[in-house]
Design a protein around this ligand. Structure first.
Ligand SMILES: [Zn+2]
Length: 399
């Protein structure tokens, strides 16, 4: 299992000969640039090669005219510990997902832990432990933002302060614990927000036996920061209710792979019609009953682009920059000062598409040729995607 110490430094890295640079910025999804310069894990220049200081790089990568995009951010995962999931008893799922272009994952609760504590001191201890453990351990280099407690009846404002003081920044899906009424959830979501903890609410029918229904009125009343899996996980609310949520709430619209695909498309299209595409973010909701999907994020991009008729370059922003902005992450956008977390892609071999974006519009999954996190190459040609037509090459050090 490939593990990266979070302290590893990339030095100076130059990526040249980029054929298509996707920015992650929904207002300007394609950049007119062919070169990126990185220093110690952060982007220091974006532009044309002649305008960039490319001298004395430790690593030079020839992108061979392939596409570079910000690494994908999975807004909704359920990790437990390490690179193991008890939900499907699988190891290596995070490293495998990195091979699907994902560089950051956000926990919506460590709910699959066998014997998960539901008493208040226990749930707080679990969240703090999960936050610490994933802060110290990055399977495949992936940044797993974990430690997302499932709120239970009886929690008081001091509990949220304690969690925030201990480094917890997320709430697990509201509704998975005993707090299911809108008014109760609203009070706890407000306490969380007051102390800088971002919240997500489960939306739709029960995911597995033992979980429950959260309808549109509860979602609106709770007013969590993220309308978690608005397309259900799996069972969705009616399309009319989902569209009502998009319209009446101003919160993030999260669409997941392990949800209702028809409603996924309806929600994305509703957001575009309401002129708030910046609110749409993508996740997998894996691992789940449907399994582990290393290509789940790429499959969502292909689904929304092909069947939803949304240009692929915009859908990539749902999976990168939108999430980064809504969740205050230092990744997801190609900008000076941001983390050098990238996925290199090309159209899959023998796709009917003319180029990468056209192949995705036709419903094909792109081929991943390389993944970089913090300026460090984490994989070359993906072991999971269909083979990319062209892949980047690491040239010998130039110093
Ligand atoms: Zn859920």
């Amino acid at each position: 299992m490939a593990t990266a110490a979070p302290t590893e430094k990339s030095g100076k890295v130059v990526i040249r000969n980029i054929g298509l640079l996707l920015s992650g910025d929904i207002d300007r999804p394609i950049l007119d640039a062919d070169t990126l310069v990185i220093k110690d894990g952060l982007i220091v220049a974006v532009g044309k090669e002649a305008d960039c200081d490319t001298a004395q790089a430790q690593t030079v990568i020839d992108a061979r005219r392939t596409c570079v995009a910000p690494g994908l951010i999975d807004s909704h995962v359920h990790p437990v510990f390490g690179d193991w999931t008890p939900r499907q008893n699988q190891t290596g799922w995070i490293d495998s997902t990195m091979n699907g272009g994902v560089t950051t994952m956000i926990s919506a609760g460590e709910v699959h832990l066998p014997g998960r504590p539901k008493d208040i001191v226990g749930l707080k201890a679990l969240a703090i432990t999960a936050q610490r453990a994933f802060d110290n351990f990055r399977p495949g280099g992936v940044k797993v933002l974990a430690g997302a407690p499932i709120i239970e009846k009886g929690m008081v404002e001091q509990d949220f302060k304690d969690l925030a003081d201990a480094g917890v920044t997320l709430l697990g899906e509201v509704g998975l614990g005993s707090v299911k009424a809108g008014y109760e959830a609203q009070e706890m979501v407000r306490w969380a927000r007051k102390y800088g903890i971002q919240s997500t609410i489960h939306t739709g029918g029960p995911s597995i036996p033992g979980s429950g229904l959260i309808d549109k009125d509860v979602v609106l009343e709770a007013d969590a920061d993220v309308i978690g899996h608005i397309n259900g996980g799996h069972t969705a609310l009616s399309e009319a209710h989902v569209c009502e949520l998009c319209e009446k709430s101003s919160r993030a619209i999260e669409i997941v792979h392990n949800g209702n695909e028809k409603v996924a498309i309806a929600a994305a299209q509703a957001a575009l019609a309401l002129k708030c595409p910046h609110r749409v973010i993508l996740g997998t909701d894996g691992p789940a009953g449907s399994g582990v999907q290393p290509l789940g994020m790429l499959r969502m991009v292909a689904l929304l682009s092909s069947l939803g008729g949304i240009p692929a370059e915009l859908v990539f922003c749902f999976a990168t920059g939108n999430t980064a902005r809504l969740r205050n992450l230092n990744c997801g956008l190609i900008e000076v000062g941001r983390a050098a977390d990238f996925v290199f892609m090309d159209k899959a071999q023998h796709s009917a598409g003319r180029d990468l974006l056209d192949s995705i519009a036709l419903g094909d999954i792109p081929g991943v040729g390389m993944v970089m996190i913090d300026g460090i190459v984490r994989c070359g040609r993906s072991r999971n995607t269909p083979p990319a037509t062209e892949v980047p090459v690491v040239l010998s050090a130039a110093h």
